[in-house]
Design a protein around this ligand. Structure first.
Ligand code: MSP
Length: 467
């Protein structure tokens, strides 16, 4: 691989950033930072942004007495700010109200129309505004959308344009089966394959009653369905940004399982219909719950990334979110558990080792700086296989091993060359740990490199204060 392009879903601006959103973008950030080291900045592209059109956003704007554009401007800014405080290194932040994006979307749709993949029809059925999608009978649980049980699905009957998804299904199945693109984890791939094999219907790709959207190029009475508009962000950014053309097709689209179908079936089908290459990997991670409950505004249990940052700091929040569960599984978060983990792994673990070591190092006049960074193959493999929790476990094993070495060698009882040799051993380990930490905890890695990278090592402020 000589180019790496990673994306997150673009987040709806009807909601404010929470730890669920943060989880996906952190994973993307880790991958981007890792590949920047491996392939260079110019060969890595990391895209995120906000999804700003559609009925849901228009409704929220109205509830806030704002125009959809004002409202989108405001919330989009909150996402940007949240990602900044989490030290997210995205190369670009796309907004679907950017006219450059809108132009690519219209051109794309026109092409699909000309290629014969779009026809006019009437849609009759239930629509969930929460999901911005039509529901079939089999989707319903007690007559409601399972993801939005307190929102009544709306019956709609209107003229729409349809996309010939059914006709493309065999091609999609073949592309999945011959590995043209991968759906990960494997269990999710199997779900998608069996749903495809069960037979699928065409999908509506325009709306008659939603004014807040991009106009269908050949029929100004209709707007483009918000999901088609949104999915195209991954491609449009590579068209309208200078020097990014060669990043298409994307290497990996990250998202949670809730929107896997759109990414793993509808998106590749749209691309096939436009004769464009398919992304390489679609990875769906699990869903966070809070103390066993779904995170929701009405339950009042939404955790904002800023809340974690205020409590633990940026790097610690990054660590706590990424080390808790295998990326892919569902998981329950608890602030209590975060606090325990913060104290054991960060304050007592890495923090304590660092301060103990620095103090002892003051006894040595001059450390060798020759220790070269050895690429940790194990760590690379974990990251490249999306096993972020395993990579962190591996680093924390290295930390424990360094601690154990200190306890056994007892450098505080040594002097002269023996003291120097024992400390150089631990310093070498810590330099290595700092290198491994770069994608996960960039500021901590930098602080460690500064403190332990030179010839003279002295104590500094504690990295993580006990809570
Ligand atoms: N706008 C669409 C995506 C369009 S992409 C072309 C959308 N936005 S969203 O704001 O609802 O964000 C969905 C994504 O946020 C999920 O796929 C996931 O990445 C993240 N998460 C939202 N809630 C989450 C949890 N409770 N747990 C983990 N991730 C969650 O859907």
């Amino acid at each position: 691989m000589d180019k790496f392009y990673v994306t997150t879903p673009i987040y709806y601006v009807n909601d404010v950033p929470h730890v669920g959103h943060a989880y996906t973008i952190l994973a993307a950030d880790i991958l981007a930072r890792h590949y920047r080291t491996r392939l260079g900045n110019q060969n890595t592209f990391f895209l995120t942004g906000t999804d700003e059109h559609g009925a849901k956003v228009a409704q929220s704007a109205q509830e806030h007495d704002q125009t959809p554009q004002q409202y989108a401007d405001e919330v989009s800014e909150q996402f940007r700010a949240a990602w900044k405080s989490l030290d997210i290194s995205n190369d670009f932040f796309i907004r679907t109200t950017d006219v450059r994006h809108e132009k690519v979307v219209q051109e794309f749709l026109q092409k699909l129309y000309e290629n014969g993949f779009i026809y006019e029809g009437t849609y009759k059925g239930l629509y969930c505004v929460g999901c911005e999608r039509f529901l079939t009978e089999s989707d319903l649980v007690n007559g409601k959308c399972p993801l939005h049980p307190n929102k009544e699905p709306i019956y709609q009957e209107e003229k729409n344009y349809f996309f010939k998804l059914k006709e493309l299904a065999p091609k999609i199945l073949a592309a999945i089966k011959n590995g043209e693109y991968k759906i990960l984890p494997e269990s999710r791939r199997n779900e998608v394959v069996s749903k495809l094999e069960g037979g699928i219907e065409d999908v509506s790709i325009s709306r008659a009653g939603v004014a807040w959207g991009i106009a269908v190029p050949w029929d100004k009475e209709q707007t483009i369905y918000v999901w088609v508009d949104a999915l195209l962000n991954y491609y449009s950014a590579t068209r309208f940004l200078e020097g990014k053309n060669e990043f298409w097709p994307a290497t990996v689209h990250l998202m949670a399982k809730d929107i896997l179908w759109f990414h793993s079936v509808i998106w590749p089908a749209l691309l096939l219909a436009a004769n464009l290459p398919l992304p390489k990997i679609i990875f769906a991670h699990g869903f966070f719950t809070i103390n066993g409950q779904k995170m929701s505004k009405s339950l009042g249990n939404v955790i904002a990334p800023q809340h974690l940052i205020n409590e633990f700091g940026t790097d610690a929040s990054r660590y706590l979110l990424m080390s808790e569960y295998p990326f892919g599984n569902d998981g329950d978060l608890s602030l209590e558990r975060f606090k325990e983990k913060y104290n054991s792994d960060l304050a007592n673990g890495l923090g304590n080792l660092t301060s103990r070591l620095a103090k002892l190092c003051e006894r040595v006049d001059r450390f060798s700086v020759s220790a070269k960074h050895v690429e940790c193959q194990k760590n690379n493999t974990f990251i490249e296989n999306f096993q972020f929790d395993e990579a962190l476990k591996h680093i924390w094993n290295e930390i424990s091993a360094a601690d154990k070495f200190m306890n056994e060698k007892k450098p505080w009882m040594l002097a002269g060359p023996e003291l120097q040799a024992a400390l150089e051993d631990v310093v070498g380990r810590l330099r290595h740990i700092a290198d491994d930490l770069v994608p996960f905890m960039p500021a901590t890695a930098e602080a460690l490199r500064k403190q332990f990278g030179g010839e003279k090592i002295v104590s500094g402020p504690a990295l993580f204060l006990r809570k």
